[in-house]
Design a protein around this ligand. Structure first.
Ligand code: B4P
Length: 184
């Protein structure tokens, strides 16, 4: 069963590759960023709260994102596998996810660390031009990534769940490298 988590700095290609692999493995692509952006568009209570954090490039508080992920992973389509893109982003989200999976699905997820240098991710994100893709906000997101999310590399490495793939290649090359790493 495919249960894959994508880690990596903003702009490393998590969303891009998660979509391709979800189609390939026929499992849902669960992107916390996409769910939060949809909540903002719909102006739900969650969206209104999330927007103030996302516009600044800060992480949305753990509890809000955890409730959202728990609800999504309990849906019937997630019982056949999933690709999680953008979650967990903090050690406490990772602990929460580990406990949730033990409870509802069993502990068999693998984690891909997709890496790319800062200057590459900054230029990709400036090219994309989403609302949170101004240079100041991107630099702030990179700092938040280093402080809050990068510790997950060690966390999952210690648990023998981590695969690392070089995100600094063409999209097709990254996809091939991912498929190789996952099927080994
Ligand atoms: P996300 O939506 O997860 O966005 P992201 O980290 O910026 O990366 P994304 O996956 O979209 O981009 P990709 O690298 O694929 O998060 C946005 C915000 O939501 C966060 O800042 C936070 O506020 C909030 N949030 C989300 N999850 C949260 C959580 N768990 N806890 C708290 N807050 C949370 O692609 C970027 C660009 O690069 C694209 O234009 C793409 O076309 C291009 N690209 C990709 N691969 C390429 C390649 N190989 N070569 C050239 N270009 C490439």
């Amino acid at each position: 069963m495919t249960r894959l988590i994508f880690l990596g700095p903003p702009g490393a290609g998590k969303g891009t590759q998660a979509k391709v692999l979800a189609d390939f493995f026929q499992v849902p692509h669960i992107s916390t960023g996409d769910i939060l952006r949809q909540a903002i568009t719909d102006q739900t209570a969650l969206g209104v709260k999330a927007q103030e954090y996302m516009d600044k490039g800060d992480l949305v508080p753990d509890q809000l994102v955890q409730d959202m992920v728990e609800e999504r992973l309990q849906k019937s389509d997630a019982q056949k596998g999933w690709i999680l893109d953008g979650f967990p982003r903090t050690v406490s989200q990772a602990v929460f996810l580990g406990n949730l999976l033990d409870r509802i699905q069993g502990d068999s997820e693998r984690v891909v660390n997709l890496d790319a240098p800062d200057e590459i991710v900054v230029s990709r994100l400036l090219g994309r031009g989403r609302k949170d893709d101004s240079e100041d906000v991107i630099r702030h997101r990179l700092n938040v990534y280093r402080r809050d999310t990068a510790p997950l590399i060690q966390y999952y490495g210690d648990r023998q769940k981590l695969l690392t793939v070089n995100g600094n290649q063409s999209q097709e090359e990254v996809t091939s490298a991912l498929k190789m790493a996952i099927t080994v």
